[in-house]
Unconditional design. Structure first.
Length: 174
């Protein structure tokens, strides 16, 4: 599901839903994902409320936390589909970074979606010895995207307001 709370020129819910589905398939990520495209003010509130960091960020990931004992061993038509989690993207920061990096808002939002999906899949670039960076590189190639967030950070090309936020743990119910 895609929720656009702040619109951007050339960005539609349908286009983002298609991209999200394709990226999930490429990553082999089971379960549904909700994508929120919102303002920097909204991302700042989420970052403060769930991570204790009072600044806006470009992307946040909220993995679903289903205890193993509650996960079905084999899905059936009576078992609800697994839910992977939520991703929130700042359209304001995506517009700024897309402009600065020369690839536009749509490509930047897609890049942020890929990064968020990797966090939902359990990757953590701060502690995984490059596993997430390698997976991001592979997905960018497959999906035809520009330089990813991890590569930018390593090359010092991450614009100042862009701070990659590792997977956030849900401390409040949805």
């Amino acid at each position: 599901m895609v929720i656009i709370q702040k619109a951007a020129e050339g960005v539609s819910g349908t286009m983002l839903a298609r991209f999200l589905a394709r990226a999930r398939r490429e990553l082999k990520l089971d379960g549904g994902v909700t994508l929120l495209v919102a303002s920097s003010a909204q991302l700042r509130r989420l970052n403060r409320d769930f991570r204790g960091r009072d600044y806006p960020t470009d992307v946040l990931s909220f993995p679903a936390e289903t205890p193993p004992q509650h996960r079905p061993k084999q899905p059936s038509r009576f078992t609800p589909a697994r839910y992977a989690g939520d991703i929130a993207v700042s359209v304001d920061i995506a517009q700024q970074n897309g402009r600065k990096l020369g690839h536009g808002t749509t490509v930047e939002i897609k890049t942020l979606i890929v990064h968020g999906l990797l966090h939902l899949a359990g990757y953590d670039h701060e502690h995984d010895n490059g596993r997430m960076a390698r997976q991001e590189l592979r997905l960018r190639g497959t999906l035809g995207l520009a330089e990813g967030l991890i590569a930018r950070a390593e090359l010092g090309r991450l614009p100042a307001k862009s701070k990659c936020a590792p997977a956030a743990r849900r401390s409040k119910p949805r």
